[in-house]
Design a protein. Structure first.
Length: 116
C-alpha cells in the first residue's frame, strides 16, 4: 500500500520543541516534493513548509519562519519538520504531502498541541 505516515506529534509547553517525521511506505520519496500542512479546529488547512526533491530548495510560511526547519533524508525515505519555540497558535493537526506529477499522497496527520 502506498502511503505517507506522520509521527512525532504530542503535547508540548509553549517555547518547547517537537520533531515531526513523514515516512513513505510502498514507494520512494526521492523524486517527490514534500510539504507540511496544518489545520486547526475551525480553520482552513494552511501550508507550513515544503522541500524540493533534492532538498536544495525550502520554503516556509510567514508564521513559522525562523522557528521551523524542514529537512529530508532520502536514504531513510523520510522528511522531518523540526519545530522550535512553539506557540499555542501552532496547535493543529499536521499533515505531510508528497507530490510528483501526476502522483500525490497525503498522510493521516499527527496532532500537535502547545499548551501549558
Amino acid at each position: 500500500q502506498l502511503q505517507l505516515v506522520e509521527s512525532g506529534g504530542g503535547l508540548v509547553q509553549p517555547g518547547g520543541s517537537l520533531r515531526l517525521s513523514c515516512a513513505a511506505s510502498g514507494f520512494t520519496l526521492d523524486y517527490y516534493t514534500i510539504g507540511w500542512f496544518r489545520q486547526a479546529p475551525g480553520k482552513e488547512r494552511e501550508g507550513v513548509s515544503c522541500i524540493s526533491s533534492s532538498g536544495g530548495i525550502t520554503n516556509y510560511g510567514d508564521s513559522v519562519k525562523g522557528r521551523f526547519t524542514i529537512s529530508r533524508d532520502n536514504g531513510k525515505n523520510t522528511v522531518y519538520l523540526q519545530m522550535d519555540s512553539l506557540k499555542p497558535e501552532d496547535t493543529a493537526v499536521y499533515y505531510c504531502n508528497g507530490r510528483r506529477n501526476p502522483y500525490e499522497y497525503w498522510g493521516q496527520g499527527t496532532q500537535v498541541t502547545v499548551s501549558s
